[in-house]
Ligand binder design. Structure first.
Ligand SMILES: NC(=O)c1ccc[n+]([C@@H]2O[C@H](COP(=O)([O-])OP(=O)(O)OC[C@H]3O[C@@H](n4cnc5c(N)ncnc54)[C@H](OP(=O)(O)O)[C@@H]3O)[C@@H](O)[C@H]2O)c1
Length: 209
């Protein structure tokens, strides 16, 4: 919802979906204003130039693959065994959660983004281009045109971008890594703390596994 709010605020059309159906999204659509609508997951996936998948990792098998073929798809998701249950492939170091999602949507042009920032910080740290305290977000993906499209989108909603490599490299921004949450300050401070390019690059470089 926070991403939808920022996107609509930047002039993008937004189509929301969830697991329960568009009739349950009347209030968020009203709140977002005239650029927003609601649809089924299949319809929302078909509608977007850029589609955001932001669900529990345990719901990956339900993400509709066909309408995402050939599309730029942002994966914001984090694996958390306490919520998702144990997923053996993700308990080792052989696979990132984005690579797991790609198994379910094999023809999508997946880009990992937004997974490392608390939603309240995402809202409060957005700044216009050129602001001295504009924050950066890492993105990772295997397709340069999709990364370019996501970069343009991220920049339009108030952030700079740091290229964090491929989907296989995206472990560097996964749950618990130095770039995950901490650069933007503690959750207890809803305003967050701006984190620019250097801070994000340093945190990515400090990741270990
Ligand atoms: N919260 C954060 O600050 C934050 C920050 C960065 C990344 N993330 C990651 O982003 C993802 C979403 O987080 P969240 O906090 O937004 O979770 P959330 O509040 O639990 O929302 C999950 C959304 O996914 C929908 N969903 C679940 N299963 C679905 C399915 N089979 N088909 C369609 N939609 C489905 C839910 O719809 P229903 O409500 O209808 O079930 C709900 O709208 C997670 O992987 C999380 O780790 C969260």
């Amino acid at each position: 919802m926070t991403l939808a709010r920022l996107a609509a605020g930047a002039g993008h059309h937004v189509v929301l979906s969830n697991s329960r159906g568009p009739e349950t999204l009347v209030e968020p659509v009203r709140e977002l204003g005239p650029l927003a609508s609601a649809a089924t997951s299949e319809e929302a996936a078909a509608a977007g130039d850029i589609v955001v998948v932001t669900v529990p990792v345990s719901a990956f098998p339900h993400v509709p693959a066909a309408p995402l073929a050939g599309k730029t798809v942002i994966d914001t998701c984090n694996y958390g065994p306490e919520r998702d249950g144990r997923i053996p492939e993700l308990d080792g170091t052989s696979l990132t959660s984005s690579e797991l999602l790609l198994r379910y949507v094999p023809d999508a042009l997946l880009v990992k983004a937004f997974n490392n920032i608390f939603f309240k910080h995402l809202l409060s740290l957005a700044r216009p281009a050129g602001a001295s305290d504009r924050s950066c977000l890492p993105i990772a993906g295997d397709w340069a045109p999709a990364k370019a499209a996501v970069t343009e989108f991220v920049e339009s909603i108030g952030y700079g971008v740091v290229d964090a490599g491929t989907l296989a490299d995206s472990w560097r921004q996964a749950t618990g890594t130095p770039v995950w949450g901490a650069p933007y300050g503690p959750y207890s401070n809803e305003k967050g703390r701006p984190a620019g390019e250097d801070a994000i690059r340093t945190a990515l470089a400090a990741a270990t596994r």
